[in-house]
Design a protein around this ligand. Sequence first.
Ligand code: GAP
Length: 502
Amino acid sequence: MEKIVSLCKRRGFIFQSSEIYGGINGFWDFGPLGAELRKNIRDCWWNDMVRGRDDVVGLESAIIMHPKVWEASGHVAGFNDPMVDCKVSKQRFRADQLFFASVIVDGRAAGYVSALESEKTAEDLQEKAETFKRKKALAGKLEPVQPRDFTQAKPDEIPLIPSPATGEAGSLTAPRAFNMMLQTWVGALRDESATAYLRPETAQGMFADFKAIVDTGRVKIPFGIAQIGKSFRNEITPRNFIFRSREFEQMEMEFFISDQDDWARWHRYWIDWCRAWLVSVGIPAARLSEYNHPREKLSHYSKGTTDIMFQFPFGPQELWGIAARGNYDLSQHAKFSGVAMEYFDDATRRKYVPHVVEPAVGVDRIMLAILCSAYAEDEAPDEKGKMESRVVLRFAPRIAPVKAAIFPLLKNKPELVATAKQVRDLLRPHLNVFYDEAGAIGRRYRRQDEIGTPFCVTIDFDTLGEKGGELRDTVTVRDRDTMKQERLKISKLLEFLLSKIR
Ligand code: GAP
């Protein structure tokens, strides 16, 4: 993971926000290549989800909505995480991410150890239990630890569990509910009547505008409303780079179906659609799995939720959630706004509140999954054919920030430079291309490999016809992954690149 974080910073994909002031936890900036990569992720999703289908329409709703929206959705009352404070270090932890275990020696409880959740929580706790036993000079057999999360700590255990920040017991508070919505005030007053929230999900925009879209959009059930936009959550512990942030971007789609339709069929349909889409942007199917939320953990209105999990370097984690939400959201908005959220079916002359299946994903999580999937280290020949190690991002061409790099073989030959710039200008209206004349060709290849450019186009003396007319107006195209080069006519170049990139 460290190698990916360092590459992202070095090559201008991702920076800590406000770094010159020491940064601000949970907020990120996306540099020139990061901005391109994100735009490609959004465009691919929008093209496939909205423009490529007859049954999904797009929406851009406001980030700040009427505060009653969040009462109706249940976020004001229930969008909470359990929070634990360490009174000594002043650090805060999410109780369900703070693990502890009793240290049991010869069947007797000798104390407690704690660790923050990671891909090796149980090993960490076991190691800490061994250290505890050694430090206290306890004789006897240490039992394997049984990790529990802090929400399961009994009141009499809490004062005995060490804080992961200090290693000492006695400073952790009991968990309490912490609402994750970020608040602001709208207008000149700063009282309760002016309180508003930065949306914690884009989904409520689709529910609140459902009627407006049905009345104006000529849509017929089953149909979906899709949106891409920023969401905000005051996460207690933002972590794992851009995996969990306080400001992030969501791509959500609410797919409305008849109350008499088979929701499970649509749920499966959208899970399969999302998995296929992830593969189409370069995420290997082998790193994806599914997690079905157990019935007892679902909200009362939910019929079923499945997370598509991705094998991140820090363990398998939720990438995309696909939830069957019944008619809960529309019914709640009808109740709180007094506006009927019914759909009238012309064919059956029946009115009903539609049910919904919602695939919801974050641009940031997809970006991280793509970066983790693409990162590779292998060997490539240098100028003299000697093998050297290279770092390469094997982005799927449709998602790569730069599609093709254009090189004149030498920068001090005006004819090569002029032709290379002509080739750049020929491609530029259709593809994001990058012109580079600095340094040896091998170095230039390495720089493009590191940012995942799938094709490098070199303009050499053959292009100018110096070795005979046959090769005149041809260029070499080098493939990032096979490192093979082929010669192509300039007149065929655009068609060739477009066929590889689509
Ligand atoms: N409307 C349903 C909803 O928002 P969610 O599981 O809370 O469901 C959906 O969020 C997706 O948004 C997640 O699967 C994840 O990809 C992304 N996401 C949620 N919280 C995030 C955070 N703090 N940082 C980055 N991405 C996040």
